[in-house]
Design a binder for this molecule. Sequence first.
Ligand SMILES: NC(=O)c1ccc[n+]([C@@H]2O[C@H](COP(=O)([O-])OP(=O)(O)OC[C@H]3O[C@@H](n4cnc5c(N)ncnc54)[C@H](OP(=O)(O)O)[C@@H]3O)[C@@H](O)[C@H]2O)c1
Length: 340
Amino acid sequence: MSSSCSKADSNGGEQQEQLVCVTGAGGFIGSWVLKELLLRGYRVRGTARDPADSKNAHLLALEGARERLTLCRADVLDYDSLRAAFRGCHGVLHVASPVSNDPELVPVAVEGTRNVINAAADEGVRRVVFTSSYGAVHMDPNRSPDAVLDETCWSDYEFCKQTDNLYCCAKMMAEITATEQAAARGLPLAVVVPCVTTGPMLQQALNFSSSHVARYLTGAKASYPNAVAAYVDVRDVARAHVLAYERADARGRYLCIGDVLHRAQLVAMLRELFPQYPVTAKCEDDGKPMARPYKFSNQRVRDLGLEFTPLKKSLYEAVVCMQQKGHLPVIHHQQQRSYL
Ligand SMILES: NC(=O)c1ccc[n+]([C@@H]2O[C@H](COP(=O)([O-])OP(=O)(O)OC[C@H]3O[C@@H](n4cnc5c(N)ncnc54)[C@H](OP(=O)(O)O)[C@@H]3O)[C@@H](O)[C@H]2O)c1
């Protein structure tokens, strides 16, 4: 494993395939983006704050990694490390971001994104794809429940702040920064906007959105909130990034949103797939009206050629993967149904 960028730089000129850099390569989404690029024949440079950490070892086992992957040390707050990582790259897929409500990490997401766009522009990168979040789109209590949300919609920043959804504030500000900075630097930018992302993990450690599902299966959640969320498979999110990268005319936002479910529907689906786990059937808000599901348009990303994985398949494979990686106990049940 290389912890600097020198290996890829010395190979770069001799190979025909485009070199593309993925920031946050070892994370849940970053790993699948990197895998998708390798499968499509790209030379890939993945960044991590500590490439030698064993948490990134799975990347080196991916098909094509031995020949076409280099890992590179970069922190989004360290401008020079980003410039070194992007040197010679045709494209940058900026996936890295803290996934956290910690107020101290908001500037990391925002300033980190500004650094990424400027470093990419300074290194002559031709296209950037930025990973936003539907937290930057749907958090608006004044929107009609009948509205169909599309790429023109933004969350209400003050509402996110007042309700302590600082992650949403960070993603909104980071996306605005990416868009403004890319325009100022003349850098073509496409933005993929995923919702709660599920499906199998390539990395060993449990990421935040996978734990969103796991905690219902472990029984850690005694009741579920009267809330609605949107879900998408991680492989669809990865493909959306690469489709947005490959389409030279792709610009602006692409909502990458599969199914919208009330939490009651999510836990019912988990109970149906895995009846042997203690998945709660109790709502925190018993007796109150159910939160209404909102609607999204995913037409723009489907026009890029993306087809969505059924949520049941995605959840099934997420749970089996978490069992295999030791995050969930393996409980056998006579009637466990195999989804596939
Ligand atoms: N999962 C979801 O449900 C979801 C939904 C919508 C949007 N997103 C967005 O998708 C992206 C990836 O999320 P994920 O779910 O894959 O999370 P994850 O598994 O926690 O990965 C986050 C990545 O960000 C990197 N990172 C954090 N702080 C960094 C810093 N200061 N400098 C460089 N890298 C840093 C981490 O790299 P290290 O290895 O260096 O720690 C890690 O690879 C994020 O932008 C997130 O906002 C996720």
